[in-house]
Design a protein around this ligand. Structure first.
Ligand SMILES: Cc1ncc(COP(=O)(O)O)c(C=O)c1O
Length: 380
């Protein structure tokens, strides 16, 4: 079992930060790598041609290890989840009558692009909504999604864990249903990968897209995408020189190449060698590999359990444990307490959480402790 890692971060003691789903605090080690990397450009002649390639490869290898992907060449470097998802959506042939399934109130970066391609190609979006009743909400929501997947389904584009309240979707079952009808499965892992175990080998999604600044503990503006071999011959949303074959040879860049680098590299964003952010995200993922995501999940469960039981006993709704993440969950208040009152108390005590839809979103990580949850509980 992990112990608190608060001293590995720079969070002040006066603050209770339960908002990793908004943005993670920065590891001291990642900060240091960032400062060192920033300074490198003072001496540009020390940045070699190999530095454009090698650090990216290390980052892809680390991420591949984190997500259990057998080949790091299926990974691309992206600036945002929306960018990674646009590469996916633009490379899926759709026909009139096809359906794209999404989850209710899904994060917009995984909605707008589907609306756009659906409109262009005559497909339609089907939104799977939860039951209005809170009892068995997660279970019945999963069930509703499974039932909605049918021969018209071309794509299911969804998260592993809902960003607003942590509802967890059973990707294994969803994958087998999508396989039955030959639909693609596209996962936005931004709110789960890094804190919740995920395995490409087990789930076999067609794509997995992750922004890096939340559970990957990385800097803002750098993320990672896994594209399965289905996308190996697709068209990227931009044409950058480094993604073309033999770009390693800087003296021959104008011997223009029709071919791309292998597998998913065609989808990496321009200037993906990013000499500051790439080493930072690499360091963050190396730390996660050392801690292990299963341990992070267990740690979050352990520190939050007493408070969750107490909140439920007071009549607030928190999703059943089997259908929610442990690093991200929503509190739906009972009718006796007013949300503004709770909000005010949280502000007074310097407790940071988020308000998403009807839920108060709580998202702990290894820098939190049971004491943070005691404080939280005192506000309800
Ligand atoms: C589920 C999810 N996906 C993606 C993002 C970020 O999207 P983007 O990188 O496109 O800004 C967020 C941010 O809150 C999110 O919660």
């Amino acid at each position: 079992m992990l112990t608190s890692k608060k001293s590995w971060f720079n969070l002040p003691d006066t603050v209770t930060y339960l908002n990793g789903a908004y943005m993670s605090p920065q590891l001291k080690s990642v900060e240091q790598v960032g400062i060192d990397s920033l300074k490198r450009k003072n001496l540009p002649y020390e940045i070699s041609a190999a530095d454009f390639f090698h650090p990216k490869e290390i980052l892809k290898k680390r991420f591949a290890e984190l997500i259990g992907a057998p080949d790091h060449r299926n990974i691309a470097i992206i600036p945002s989840a929306s960018y990674g998802l646009a590469n996916v959506a633009n490379n899926i042939p759709l026909k009139k009558g096809d359906e794209i399934l999404i989850i209710d109130e899904q994060f917009p970066s995984n909605v707008y692009i589907w609306k756009k391609v659906a409109l262009k190609q005559g497909a339609s979006i089907k939104t799977i909504r939860p039951s209005k009743l809170l009892d068995n909400r997660g279970e019945s929501w999963n069930e509703a999604l499974l039932q909605a997947i049918n021969s018209k389904t071309a794509v299911v584009a969804m998260p592993h864990v809902h960003w607003a309240d942590g509802t967890r979707f059973d990707l294994e079952k969803i994958r087998s249903k999508t396989n039955e009808v030959q639909a693609l499965l596209v996962i936005d892992g931004t709110q789960s990968v890094g804190a919740l175990p995920f395995s490409i080998e087990e789930i076999r999604p067609d794509a997995l897209i992750c922004a890096g600044y939340k559970w990957l503990l990385g800097p803002y503006s750098l993320g990672l995408a896994y594209y399965s071999d289905f996308f190996n011959t697709g068209q990227p949303i931009e044409e950058n020189w480094i993604n073309r074959l033999q770009s390693e040879d800087f003296s021959r860049l104008t011997h223009f190449q029709d071919a791309y680098q292998k597998k998913a590299e065609r989808y990496s964003v321009g200037e993906s060698s990013n000499f500051i952010l790439v080493p930072m995200l690499t360091r963050a993922i190396e730390q996660l590999l050392e801690w292990k995501t299963a341990n992070i999940q267990d740690y979050c469960e352990e520190i939050s359990r007493p408070a969750i039981e107490a909140l439920r006993a007071k009549g607030h709704f928190i999703e059943a444990d089997a259908f929610r993440a442990k690093h991200l969950f929503g509190i739906y208040l009972n009718k006796q307490i007013d949300r503004e009152t709770v909000k005010q108390r949280l502000i007074e005590k310097n407790i940071y959480v988020s308000y998403r839809g009807a839920a108060i979103r709580i998202s702990p990580n290894v820098y939190n402790s049971t004491a943070d949850f005691d404080k939280l509980l005192s506000c309800f």
